[in-house]
Design a binder for this molecule. Structure first.
Ligand SMILES: Cc1cc2nc3c(=O)[nH]c(=O)nc-3n(C[C@H](O)[C@H](O)[C@H](O)COP(=O)(O)OP(=O)(O)OC[C@H]3O[C@@H](n4cnc5c(N)ncnc54)[C@H](O)[C@@H]3O)c2cc1C
Length: 359
């Protein structure tokens, strides 16, 4: 049986690994000239580590990760709004793995036969009968996996009526810094949020999310203007940003699709359920998709197992973003008071539907 995978990001490469291990002959078509990704860090949460374990790659990822669980949420002054108990989180759910994206892609890439990978191939159209038209000609599969991200050509070809991604109202900077930090923290201000996590090589992955009109620009100066007066180590992180690759992207999410499968095509990852990054679950869900797709007894079962779960995660992530990005002082005051009153265990309990997944 032949599978054509459109897109070689985390979802596409993980699908290729899972299908290869289930005996499929796989071809991965990736438009970029090389597989890989520049950029930033990625939280691989316990549910996704279990998916990677099912692919036999969990330990390779742990070896290249820092495994701190999130420590909690602070206010810009540094005051804790919500503290988690990282030990309790680990006992309850398992390990977290903060990795460089490029490392995760490299591990997935190495687990796929080299002749299955076709970089520099731009897909133009996908048909329900398993035909894929691309810059290198035509490929045909018993299965076509649309892993081509939020603007998926697979989705636009086969699900022509599907709604377009919508702007979530905030924009995100990401960077890797040489300034070290000890724990994974998020800090919530008014319509602004900052997060940082240690990477295993002593560097730090950080991100900053701000309410902004779609398409607004702004680089290191704007980042410093907004965050250089927040609690330590945020000033050091934003002041040292010069010379590092600072990424900025607007945040989009995909309205719910009524099916992830049509004919011989199935969607995985952002092509199926692009979500806001607030829960750090987009790639985690793509990894789950890959494992379930290869194990499912037919595409209808894949859709039945994956659509309700991923759409639940999209909704939760959206709701968290709304609250985290409140800007009105009265709302922020109420939010912060409630956060401070919640018991330590409430974050852990609230994450159960997302993190308690096993293949
Ligand atoms: C700021 C931010 C922070 C995030 N943090 C986290 C996190 O901590 N943890 C987490 O789990 N998730 C996180 N995410 C989400 C995560 O990045 C995505 O969900 C994940 O990368 C999606 O992977 P994918 O393979 O589905 O899509 P993509 O990564 O978009 O890959 C799609 C691939 O398809 C290729 N492609 C597209 N069109 C074509 C075509 N026509 N022909 C051939 N190839 C094509 C592209 O070049 C690309 O390589 C974050 C997202 C953002 C924006």
């Amino acid at each position: 049986m032949r599978a054509v995978v459109v897109g070689g990001g985390i979802g596409g490469l993980a699908s290729a690994v899972a299908l290869t291990r289930s005996g499929w002959q796989v071809e991965v078509l990736e438009r970029a000239a090389e597989f890989g990704e520049v950029g930033a860090g990625l939280a691989v949460q316990p549910n996704a580590l279990r998916a990677l374990d099912a692919l036999g790659l969990g330990d390779a990822v742990r070896e290249r990760a820092s495994t701190e669980a999130p420590a909690g949420i602070r206010a810009p002054s540094g005051r804790w709004l919500s503290r988690t108990d990282p030990g309790e989180l680990r006992r309850r759910y398992g390990q977290w793995a903060m990795v460089h994206r490029a490392d995760l892609l490299e591990i997935l890439h190495a687990a796929i036969p080299a002749d299955a990978l076709r970089p520099g191939v731009d897909v133009h159209e996908v048909r329900r009968d398993g035909t894929v038209l691309h810059s290198g000609g035509t490929s045909t599969g018993d299965l076509v996996v649309g892993a081509d991200g939020i603007r998926s050509i697979t989705r636009r070809s086969v699900w022509g009526e599907a709604p377009a991604p919508r702007y979530a109202g905030y924009s995100t900077w990401r960077a890797i810094s040489n300034v070290p930090v000890r724990e994974s923290v998020e800090t919530w201000g008014r319509g602004e949020r900052f997060g940082y996590s240690p990477l295993p090589d002593g560097r730090t992955y950080f991100y900053a999310v701000v309410n902004a009109p779609e398409g607004e620009e702004g680089g290191a100066d704007e980042l410093r203007r907004r965050f250089a007066h927040w609690h330590d180590p945020i000033p050091a992180l934003v002041n040292a940003v010069e010379g590092t690759a600072l990424l900025r992207h607007d945040t989009y999410e995909l309205p719910n699709l009524s099916s992830y499968v049509a004919g011989k095509a199935a969607l995985v990852g952002d092509a199926a359920h692009a979500m806001t990054p607030n829960l750090g679950q987009g790639a985690c869900q793509a990894l789950e998709d890959a494992v379930v797709l290869a194990a499912a007894d037919g595409l209808a079962e894949y859709d039945r197992l994956r659509r309700p779960r991923t759409q639940m995660v999209v909704r939760r992530s959206h709701r968290l973003g709304v609250i985290a990005h409140w800007a009105a002082p009265a709302l922020v005051g109420v939010r912060n008071t409630v956060l401070r009153m919640l018991p330590r265990s409430s974050f852990s309990r609230s994450m159960a539907p997302v993190l308690d997944w096993a293949p």
